[in-house]
Design a protein around this ligand. Structure first.
Ligand code: SAM
Length: 283
């Protein structure tokens, strides 16, 4: 437990898929003026230095954000804009995690709730959030995001986006994701839930999406699933594919991702087996 540090993976291919989707969801929800509560149940450190030890060891950003930054594609524009905002120079040295992506896009009426459990990450997150000009709109909880979510649902005004992005270093995370989704829908059936998952050749991972879809069928909720594979090397220890399952997705999202995913696949492919998947279900 707690060996996972997101700094190793910041700006990698999984972040590209997750953060592209996240930004689309934020923009869609903010088309209406009503206040939104954004909840990030697994926040991480908030923002990352790409020249730091962790990032330099993994070099994941080189195959992720650095490749996207080299392509001028409309599909990546919103994400690149946010990354550029954090970087004062031409050189890409900073990558914003989901807390900073969310925080920078907050309007005065919106609120952000962040959970982080790692004893070191939480201190870094608190320090990073304190530097933000809108820190008073943000609550940081030193507690478990799976169990803490319930108490925040439904949010005031019943407008909310919940990002659930566990580390999956503990295999209980797969089961906890399922129960957290069910409990979340019980309290806030119309909420937009965005779940990130790794695609790994292990039992829990293979079974996960079907199990989540069963929960969604029980609550008659529509969903959209987007997956990106950057390589397919058998026996490889590094993550080669991941997905997002979006519950109660905006109606515009499928069309946007149908344009973005082929571009993302081309930009991030590490071998000829790179692929993407996009599917959805209405109620
Ligand atoms: N959402 C972040 C982003 O996109 O920038 C990345 C988050 S990282 C994948 C997962 C984080 O969840 C890690 O920092 C880990 O310490 C933290 N974590 C693990 N278990 C947790 C739990 N039960 N509640 C809250 N945070 C947890």
């Amino acid at each position: 437990m707690f060996s996972y540090r997101h700094a190793f993976h910041a700006g990698g291919h999984a972040d590209m898929l997750k953060h592209l989707v996240l930004i689309e969801l934020i923009h869609y929800l903010q088309e209406k003026p009503g206040a939104i509560t954004f909840i990030d149940t697994h926040a991480g450190a908030g923002i990352y230095k790409l020249q730091d030890g962790f990032s330099q060891v993994s070099k994941e950003a080189q195959l992720g954000i650095e490749r996207l930054a080299a392509k001028v594609m409309p599909a990546f524009e919103n994400l690149l804009q946010q990354v550029q905002f954090e970087n004062q120079t031409e050189q890409l040295s900073i990558y914003p995690g989901s807390p900073f992506i969310l925080a920078r896009l907050l309007r005065p009426q919106d609120r952000l709730k962040l959970f982080e459990l790692h004893p070191k990450e939480i201190l870094i997150l608190q320090g990073n959030v304190a530097q933000l000009p809108n820190a008073q709109q943000i609550d940081v909880y030193t507690s478990n995001g799976f169990s803490g979510l319930k108490a925040l649902l439904p949010p005031l005004g019943r407008r909310g986006l919940i990002l659930i992005d566990p580390a999956y270093e503990d295999k209980n995370d797969y089961r906890l994701l399922e129960t957290t989704l069910a409990e979340g829908l019980q309290r806030f059936a119309t909420g937009c839930f965005a779940l990130w998952y790794p695609i790994l050749p292990r039992r829990e991972s293979i079974a996960l999406v079907d199990r989540l879809k069963k929960v969604l069928a029980n609550y008659s909720r529509p969903w959209l699933q987007a997956e990106l594979r950057v390589a397919n090397v058998p026996g490889e220890r590094r993550l080669q594919a991941s997905g997002m399952l979006i519950v109660n997705p905006p109606w515009t999202l499928k069309e946007k991702l149908a344009l973005a995913l082929p571009e993302l696949k081309t930009a991030l492919a590490q071998d000829s087996k790179a692929s993407f998947h996009l599917s959805s279900a209405e109620v």
